[in-house]
Ligand binder design. Structure first.
Ligand SMILES: Cc1ncc(COP(=O)(O)O)c(C=O)c1O
Length: 369
């Protein structure tokens, strides 16, 4: 007989777990057996076989009985060289989501902190803050889903502003000019900027770290570098805040596999050039999809937002239409992300740019909706 752990009394469990966590829901991932997967903003192109073999050969050389380097100093140095930044200003972890969760835990633990979260944006931010019972308020995007710095007048000292640029699920960006204004105007506030999709725009905020002590950037290998299945992310900031982050984070975050993948990637310029070509192709495809949708969608009452990422956001005329469209796409073996439960996202679906064949299938299915 299979052992089934005894269920604790619900009231007893409730005496340990905070009510907001008991009420909450874990992040859910659609798991339908669908071929055209356009729901998670992944790269549609897997790594070349030769790169995978290089990683495997490296892995075989590692001592699996030994812990990996506690803070991945070798990878830190390789990445520092690529980014032309000091290694101490980099903190690596298994994906950017856990790093964001830990940064939010660290920065919102004091009652005095006023946290503002770009809305709509990546739901993880607000979910973490709810779990931590950290007070937070939305910084709403405009009706046409742009950032509006004028709405931030209330940003006082000891505030934390959390945003993504480019933003998910909208695809909009905060201009560098606006960010510089905020960093200068509110030197006593922290700005946590998630740059998960920064490779898809020409503008990065990296150079601002030299001038502004109140900026923290978070990045990932999951999107443009096409390594979502490996789990590598990093924080860029002055080492003083990273030292504090270290205290609330366990060591050995990058195992031998993550480190071997990062090493292979960061020491192979031809691979990095290949990812640039892939990215250029995805951007081109996104423009094509946008143009075609702009022809197909208006007569159906569907609006498509401009995007600076590898995905597009569609707003259907109603929630019902969004659900019908999701079902219609599933019938056509296509999975997109229905994000309509999010704040101000009624009727919205997010579609990742796939490979040429997937995009053609998606557009054909849209035309027949
Ligand atoms: C804005 C944003 N930040 C962070 C992440 C998490 O990425 P990672 O795979 O590095 O955890 C995502 C994933 O979709 C994202 O869209």
């Amino acid at each position: 007989m299979i052992l089934k752990p005894k269920k604790p009394e619900p009231t007893w469990l409730a005496s340990f777990i905070k009510p907001n966590i008991l009420k909450g829901k874990a992040y859910s991932i659609q798991k339908e057996a669908i071929t055209v997967k356009l729901d998670q903003n992944e790269s549609p192109y897997d790594w070349p076989q030769a790169m995978k073999e290089r990683v495997l050969a490296d892995l075989v050389q590692q001592k699996w009985n030994r812990y990996p380097d506690g803070y991945s100093t070798e990878i830190q140095e390789l990445l520092a060289k690529k980014l032309n930044i000091t290694p101490e200003s980099i903190f690596l972890g298994p994906g950017s989501n856990i790093l964001i969760a830990n940064l939010l835990l660290l920065l919102t633990a004091r009652k005095e902190t006023r946290t503002l979260v770009a809305t709509p944006s990546f739901p993880l931010y607000a979910e973490c803050l709810r779990n931590y019972e950290a007070e937070h308020a939305p910084w709403y995007l405009t009706d046409d889903f742009e950032y509006d710095v004028a709405k931030l007048k209330s940003l006082g000292p000891f505030s934390l502003l959390v945003l993504a640029s480019p933003n998910n699920p909208v695809g909009n960006v905060l201009s560098k000019k606006d960010l510089v204004f905020l960093l200068k105007e509110y030197p006593q506030s922290y700005f946590l900027v998630d740059e998960a999709y920064y490779e898809f725009v020409d503008e990065s905020f990296l150079d601002l770290l030299g001038e502004h002590a109140n900026l923290i950037l978070v990045r990932t290998f999951s999107k443009s570098l096409g390594a979502a299945g490996v789990r590598i992310g990093y924080v860029l900031a002055h080492e003083s805040i990273l030292c504090e982050l270290k205290k609330i984070t366990v060591p050995y975050l990058l195992n031998h596999f993550c480190a071997a993948v990062a090493r292979a990637c960061l020491t192979d310029d031809s691979f990095l050039n290949w990812t640039k070509e892939v990215r250029a192709g995805i951007i081109l495809e996104k423009e094509k999809i946008f143009k075609r949708l702009a022809e197909i969608c208006p007569s159906k009452g569907i609006f498509v937002f401009r995007s600076w990422t590898n995905f597009l956001l569609l707003r259907c005329a109603s929630q019902e239409q969004a659900e019908n469209l999701t079902r219609h796409l599933v019938k056509n073996d296509i999975l997109v992300r229905n994000v309509s439960a999010g704040p101000n996202l009624t009727g919205c679906l997010r579609v990742t740019v796939g490979n040429l064949e997937e995009n053609a299938k998606f557009l054909a299915a849209m035309a027949h909706f």
